[in-house]
Design a protein around this ligand. Structure first.
Ligand code: NAD
Length: 501
């Protein structure tokens, strides 16, 4: 990719009350990681700007909440069409700011669009329960009502998909929304806000602000925010969960991961290695569902490592928009440095270096090659930490039982996979593993939009997963109504605790 001689920095605005606002007291650079250069600058919202966005969402709430779900669904249908029409453009923005390859970006945008497809069925999903004659001439029914103004705080690694896990569900349920996407990849959210407006969404229902901790804190402490959805690293997820709980807000905070793939000796090793290569190095390992630890059981170890080495070595690294490239750069220079630090650490800790990707294979940009460590042990830092880069660690165990115990001891529990030809082993793994999302011969078991996505333990703070039916539950409150319509035969209300009999 040629480096432009002089880059004029385009400004990424916030989106408040149906308008883009580019003037601010502070801007921060946005990088194109394949160039290693700032190509844009983003407005950083201060507390008054966050307040303006939340107030716009609060003002839009009564009318949107009272809009019949069928009409809300029709806006969703038009938004769905516009997202499909603009899928390539959104993917291009993802590649430009995140660095992942265009086909990978297209796939991630598609998975986000599928949540909007699901949200189009909201009238059915909001239906309550009804029971006649729960007592003599007494009926009970439930209604699901929106929770109010919701906020979403999202990470850098899925600039379109993760925001789409949240705001279409919240808005279809009748809430209004303020999104704070990652400041490293801010443009796609603003583009989606423009498309949503074009689809007929009233002003103020969806707003986008930018910034870092200060912007997040202003949202978390705002009295008009009722619910917060967060996706990001575990320490911040915990902080978000605790702060929201202290301030009486509903919260779901999805955290980091260390996803294991267990490979049994009876597995088709060629198939497993192909699957693991994509899962470990795709998107330069910057996926919350990336496989970063392979647990090789017994005789699977040596042949599997040979295959992984062969395949990892031939991965083509380069700018995400170049033809035939399989792995792009890391998101920032700082992140590349952090990942390089882990590679050095792994060597010092005594893991066997099968492939060392620490010398950047491409001169400009934030690139690293593929790294493969073998004979990694659970005490090593490279196993205990989420590296979030193109580094795969192989651990060796003797039995399935040992493999399950190893995975279950890890504090992270987002996704996991098993590769085997044995139904019995797979069933045992599925039953005993303490992880939120499980793949059987599927390396990255990201649930489709009509199921829900979420991990366990340090990978999720809160009770409900995102999208699917759990998303509807998160963005609504249930009200239970008990009614009777007295007439001459109705028994008189009693004085004691009613049994309604
Ligand atoms: P991050 O935690 O650094 O940032 C996430 C969001 O929090 C961003 O919007 C950021 O601006 C904000 N933030 C950063 N520091 C903050 C602070 N001190 N206080 C308040 N807010 C703050 O995460 P990231 O680096 O953008 O994304 C990568 C992480 O996200 C990885 O750990 C990855 O596993 C995780 N992730 C998890 C899932 C999942 O579904 N569990 C999905 C995608 C990414």
């Amino acid at each position: 990719m040629n480096k432009p001689a002089e880059l004029k920095l385009e400004t990424v605005p916030v989106w408040i009350n149906g308008k883009a606002i580019a003037s601010a007291s502070r801007y921060v650079d946005v990088f194109n990681p394949a160039l290693g250069q700032a190509t844009k600058r983003v407005v950083f919202s201060d507390a008054p700007m966050i307040d303006e966005a939340v107030k716009a969402a609060a003002a839009a709430l009564p009318a949107w909440r009272d809009t019949p779900p069928l009409r809300r669904a029709r806006v969703m249908q038009r938004f769905l069409q516009l997202l499909q029409d603009n899928q390539k453009d959104l993917a291009r923005i993802v590649t430009e700011e995140h660095g992942k390859t265009l086909p990978d970006a297209m796939g991630s945008v598609q998975r986000g669009i599928e949540v909007v497809e699901f949200a189009c069925g909201i009238p059915h999903l909001l239906k309550g329960e009804y029971a006649e004659n729960v007592g003599t001439q007494v009926d009970t029914h439930t209604v699901r009502q929106p929770v109010g103004v919701c906020a979403g705080i999202t990470p850098f690694n899925f600039p379109v998909m993760v925001p789409l896990w949240m705001f279409p569900m919240a808005i279809a349920c009748g809430n209004t929304f303020v999104l704070k996407p990652s400041e490293k990849v801010p443009s796609a959210s603003v583009r989606m806000a423009e498309l949503f407006r074009e689809a007929g969404l009233p002003d103020g229902v969806f707003n986008v602000v930018h910034g870092d901790k200060a912007a997040v804190d202003a949202l978390l402490l705002h009295e008009k925010i009722s619910a917060v959805s967060f996706v990001g690293s575990t320490p911040i997820a915990k902080y978000i969960y605790e702060t929201c709980a202290r301030n009486g807000k509903r919260v779901q905070a999805l955290g980091g991961a260390k996803n294991h793939a267990v490979v049994l000796p009876d597995a088709d090793l060629e198939f497993a290695a192909d699957a693991l290569i994509g899962a470990a190095y795709g998107s330069a390992g910057e996926r919350c569902m990336a496989i970063s630890a392979v647990v090789a059981v017994g005789a699977a170890g040596d042949p599997l490592v040979r295959l992984l080495e062969q395949k990892a070595k031939s991965i083509k690294v380069g700018p995400g928009d170049a033809q035939g490239v399989e792995m792009g750069p890391l998101v920032t220079g700082e992140h590349r440095q952090k990942v390089s630090g882990f590679i050095q650490k792994g060597k010092q800790e005594g893991a066997k270096v099968v492939l060392d990707g620490s010398t950047p294979p491409v001169k400009d940009g934030f690139f690293l090659g593929t790294t493969l460590f073998d004979h990694v042990t659970p005490e090593m830092e490279i196993y205990r930490n989420e590296i979030f880069g193109p580094v795969l660690a192989v651990l060796r165990v003797k039995t399935l039982e040992e493999a399950i115990a190893l995975v279950n001891r890890n504090p992270y529990a987002n996704g996991t996979a098993i590769f085997t030809e044995s139904g019995g082993a797979a069933r045992r793994f599925e039953n005993e593993i303490q992880v939120g999302m499980v793949g059987i011969n599927v390396p990255i078991p990201v649930p489709v939009a009509f199921f829900s996505f979420g991990g366990w333990k340090s990978s999720l703070f809160g009770d409900l997963h995102v999208h699917g039916v759990e998303g509807v539950k998160f963005y609504t409150r249930t009200k239970v109504v008990t009614s009777r319509w007295p007439h001459q035969d109705t028994p008189a209300p009693g004085f004691n605790m009613p049994t309604l009999g």
